[in-house]
Write a protein that binds this ligand. Sequence first.
Ligand SMILES: C[S@@+](CC[C@H](N)C(=O)[O-])C[C@H]1O[C@@H](n2cnc3c(N)ncnc32)[C@H](O)[C@@H]1O
Length: 173
Amino acid sequence: MHSEWIFDQIESLKIRKKINLLDFASGDGRNCIPLSKKNIIVTAIDKDQEKLNKYKSFKNINTICFDLETTEEWPLIKEYYDVIIVVNYLYRPKIKNLINLIKKNGFLFYETFSLGNEEYGSPMNPNFLLKDKELLDIFSQDLLPLSFYDGKLHHGKTAIKQTASFKKKASYK
Ligand SMILES: C[S@@+](CC[C@H](N)C(=O)[O-])C[C@H]1O[C@@H](n2cnc3c(N)ncnc32)[C@H](O)[C@@H]1O
């Protein structure tokens, strides 16, 4: 089942012409597969080729198998994506590199686990849990925050998560 929050954000854009969307750490494609049927050209990147194999030949989806946590430059095009989605993935050392990938007037929709989730299950490792307001602290200097939430989300099971949406202003330099 896809992320309802991500789908609500995409719906709110009222997409009428084709857009480019990056699904960052796309996993088994639960978000990008259904999105690719909505006037959306998807780039899906993940280090797990087996997962990508399930949808690599789908129309409107381009898959890239790549380890996003090495010193190698990401094989992604700068200022190319109208929308970037990140769900249930966090790697702090390179997280700000996402900003340059977004087109001006484009959007970043980020949803992942935050502190407090340990009570409900995995992940429990603080490397994978956002601190208070952390998504805002990371991105607000460069991107305009549109929404922020930190708390319980019920999605099959209860989790503690942050969701945050941002827009890259046309005036961004
Ligand atoms: C919890 S899954 C989330 C997948 C998808 N975003 C979703 O919500 O269904 C995390 C994903 O991150 C990917 N991943 C973890 N470390 C990675 C890395 N170093 N480089 C690229 N992908 C990575 C995993 O292969 C996995 O598919």
